[in-house]
Structures are given as structure tokens and as C-alpha cells.
Design a protein around this ligand. Structure first.
Ligand code: HAM
Length: 430
């Protein structure tokens, strides 16, 4: 019996043999992850890691029972004690659960700016850019309701993408107001759509009663046309929400972060209020959102904590790495060994094995070919691992206490003694 990987998920390999799967090569992930850790630290966010599953109720309560994630996409199962558990479909709810459970909401001086780099699980219909396991870089800034907090988080995300070298970015923002403003808007939108209800796509018809704002997100061309003239949520904002949004916009302008107002942007999770945003790339297809987020002021209270405002975003690493390759930005080369030792014969093997250990103790990346294959094969291996140097060591080399250190790229050889090898390689690192 042959085993295959489950549908909608993928391996991240040292190098994916499929040229189209280049984005699944581990060194790209490690590079992006290193920049995430660096920039998050610079902006004052601390890492948090929550478990891979939580109680199902947590996600239902926070994401919303009528959302696509909760109705169609959660990996929910019962454990042996019949508890309903769900593989994490998103990061906000678990971070807040932890924040409240550890009573961080009660201590004024605790960490309240978090970032995470975690896998998420959603049972999605298979298509480009949508996976059943994806990886998110997310941040959650808890406790501040000023527009500056919104912009600090948006700036972090935008600067991160720029630091990766991405250029074809569009930041779209909108305000969806507070609960009562949304309620009024919801009513006005339904009134506007009612006469055309029968002509809406089946999906939008389903959303009409349960979640009409999501109709604004519809990709159906007829729905989209109809929505062009729909009432706009900004026109329903009262003074406080309006001022907040205007301040966010002017603060973005002051940082020279270009943005577009998108009155149809509502996001697919129920917990948002006021500012919502997404950053898209022209290099992606239909699933063009690199990430998005917004303000979710009522959620901590909803989950049993204090009434604290919050703002955050989540960004998909798969789409980010794919965009980097499509935009042909700088990408690091895989880490390669400094030296491959190729012994010929038993005595050389013993000597090389000792050298291997000594060099590694000095933090030099060395490999040794243990096989009894022909030299031709061993040299082919040296090529494939892209080692910087090769040293072939046989009886003569042992007898003369000297060998040739060959630089693979230039083909240059230099003769050195066993004793001077370590210093020679250390000098190289300086
Ligand atoms: P989200 O928009 O559902 O938001 O996901 C954030 C990002 O994760 C998306 O923009 C996309 O890049 C990526 N993503 C989502 N689903 C998939 C998938 N199936 N395959 C590949 N990539 C995917 C959230 O999850 C919110 N928790 C973000 C947030 C944090 N809001 C406030 N704080």
C-alpha cells in the first residue's frame, strides 16, 4: 500500500523537486520567519504559541456561528471524553483565551502586544492560494483604542512586506462602525437588495438573512454590479466612529503609507468593528489577500474578560512566499556546508571522522561521505549539496600530512596540512 499526503496540505522540504513547488523549500520559510521575528521585536510584540486545538465553543463564540469558517471549514472532533475540540482555524481567539485565562487582562503592566507564527486549519475547497493547513504571521495588540494603535499594526504589516522586497501592494481600508451603526446599515442594505433578491447568486441569497454584509464580498459579477450602487457603511457612521476612521486615514497619510478606501470591505469573521483592512498583491490570482485584520473591541469581554479594545491582523505565509517568487525579489540561497570530506580507505575514514567532530565543535558546517561508492559518485554528491570546499583524503594525503582543499565554484585548489585546516576555514568565516 502506498501512502499519500492528505488533500489540501503540503510538505515543506529542503528542496522541492517540483519546480512549481519551489515556494515549499524550507530556506525561504526560514528567511521570512527570521524577518517576522526581527520586525515584531522592533515593534514591541512578544511571541505567543497556543495549542493546535481549542474547545469548539471558543471559535463559534468569537468567529461567529454564521461565518463560512464556523459553518463549513472547521476541523472539529470529539476526544475520548466526548469533548468537542477544533483544530485552530485562526489565531485571534486562542490568543485572547490565553490572555484572559492567565488574567493578563487584570494586570495593567503585563505584555499585551503579541505575535504568532502558527499553522491554521480550514477545510477549504481546493484551489490556488487556499490550503487546508496554512501558516499565519499574526499580531494582536490589546488594550488601546487610539487610531495610532490601528496604524502601528497596519504599519508593521506594510513595512514587513516592503522589507521582503514586495512592491505591488495595495492597502485597502474601511470602517464598519460599531454594533448599532452596523445594525442600521444592515437594515438599509437589506432594503436596497430586497427587490433584486431573486437575481442574487445562491450564496448571496443564503447570506441575505443571516449575514447580509458578506454579500458585499461576493465575487459573482451580477452581485458585484448590484453592490456598486448599494448604500455605503461610512454614511452610517456617527461622530465617534467617523472621527476614529478619519484619524486612522490621516495617520496613515502622515506615515506616507498609500491606501485605498474600499467601502465593500467587511472581512469574513464576525468580531470586527470600526477599522478593517487588507493588503493585496497584484501577483496573486483570485485569492489575492496577503493578509488582513482590524479592530475587535468587544471580543475580550464577549469571551469573559475585561472590556478591552484590540487590533490585529493575520497574514498567510504561503501567499507571501509565492508572491516573493513571482515578484522575483531577493531570496536567500539554501544554507550549504563549508566542506565535504571524502575519505578513500579505512585509515582515511578514521582520520576524517575525527576531523569532522573537531571542526563541528568549532561551529564549522562540515559533512563527510561515509559511503563506499566510487569517487565519481561522491563528487556528484558534493555538487548536489553545493558544498563550498571538498577535500579528498587517501593514503598519500595521510602519509604526506597534506591534502588539496578544492573550492567547488572556482575549481581552485590549495595544498594545506591537516593542522592548518581549522584555522584556514575559520579565516574564511571572518
Ligand atoms: P483571515 O482573513 O481569515 O483573518 O486570514 C488571514 C490571512 O491568512 C488571509 O489574508 C490569507 O493570507 C491567509 N489565509 C487564510 N485562509 C487561508 C487558506 N485556506 N490558505 C492559505 N492562506 C489562507 C484571520 O484569520 C484573522 N484572525 C486575522 C486577525 C488577527 N484579525 C485580527 N487579528
Amino acid at each position: 500500500m502506498n501512502y499519500h499526503i492528505a488533500k489540501g496540505v503540503f510538505d515543506i522540504l529542503p528542496k522541492d523537486p517540483d519546480p512549481k513547488g519551489n515556494w515549499r523549500s524550507i530556506h525561504y520559510w526560514q528567511y521570512v520567519e527570521s524577518i517576522i521575528r526581527k520586525i515584531s521585536f522592533e515593534y514591541g510584540f512578544s511571541e505567543i504559541r497556543t495549542p493546535i486545538f481549542e474547545t469548539t465553543e471558543l471559535f463559534k463564540r468569537s468567529i461567529g456561528t454564521t461565518t463560512d469558517i464556523v459553518t463549513k471549514e472547521m476541523y472539529t472532533f470529539q476526544d475520548k471524553a466526548s469533548r468537542s475540540l477544533t483544530l485552530r482555524p485562526e489565531g485571534t481567539a486562542p490568543v485572547l483565551r490565553s490572555f484572559i485565562e492567565k488574567r493578563l487582562d487584570k494586570s495593567g503592566d503585563s505584555f499585551c502586544k503579541f505575535f504568532y507564527l502558527l499553522p491554521m486549519f480550514r477545510y477549504e475547497r481546493q484551489q490556488a492560494g487556499r490550503y487546508r493547513q496554512h501558516h499565519q504571521f499574526g499580531v494582536e495588540a490589546i488594550g488601546d483604542n487610539s487610531p495610532h494603535q490601528d496604524v502601528e499594526v497596519i504599519d508593521l504589516f506594510y513595512t514587513f512586506l516592503q522589507r521582503l522586497g514586495l512592491q505591488e501592494l495595495t492597502l485597502q481600508i474601511n470602517s464598519i462602525g460599531n454594533k448599532s451603526e452596523r445594525q442600521k446599515y444592515r437594515h438599509a442594505l437589506k432594503m436596497y437588495l430586497r427587490p433584486s433578491l431573486d437575481s442574487l447568486s445562491p450564496e448571496s441569497q443564503n447570506r441575505y438573512e443571516v449575514n447580509p454584509l458578506r454579500i458585499l464580498d461576493s465575487k459573482n459579477p451580477h452581485d458585484k454590479k448590484l453592490i456598486t450602487n448599494a448604500p455605503k457603511i461610512v454614511d452610517f457612521l456617527e461622530t465617534e466612529s467617523k472621527e476614529h476612521f478619519e484619524n486612522v486615514c490621516s495617520c496613515l497619510e502622515s506615515l506616507k503609507i498609500p491606501f485605498q478606501l474600499n467601502h465593500s470591505l467587511v472581512r469574513g469573521l464576525d468580531y470586527y468593528n470600526n477599522t478593517v483592512f487588507e493588503i493585496t498583491s497584484t501577483y496573486l490570482g483570485a485569492q489575492n489577500s496577503l493578509g488582513g485584520g482590524g479592530r475587535y473591541d468587544g471580543l475580550i469581554k464577549e469571551l469573559g474578560g475585561q472590556d478591552l479594545p484590540s487590533f490585529g491582523f493575520g497574514a498567510g505565509l504561503e501567499r507571501i512566499i509565492q508572491t516573493m517568487l513571482a515578484e522575483k525579489v531577493y531570496m536567500p540561497k539554501p544554507n550549504c556546508p563549508t566542506l565535504l570530506l571524502i575519505p578513500l580507505g579505512c585509515d582515511a575514514k578514521k582520520k576524517c571522522f575525527q576531523m569532522l567532530s573537531k571542526l563541528r565543535k568549532e561551529h564549522i558546517a562540515v559533512e563527510m561521505d561515509f559511503s563506499d561508492k566510487k569517487l565519481k559518485h561522491k563528487m556528484r554528491y558534493a555538487d548536489s549539496i553545493k558544498t563550498r570546499y571538498v577535500a579528498v583524503i587517501g593514503e598519500n594525503e595521510l602519509k604526506n600530512n597534506k591534502f588539496e582543499l578544492k573550492e567547488m565554484e572556482s575549481g581552485n585548489c590549495e595544498t594545506i596540512s591537516f593542522n592548518s585546516l581549522m584555522q584556514r576555514l575559520k579565516n574564511d568565516k571572518l
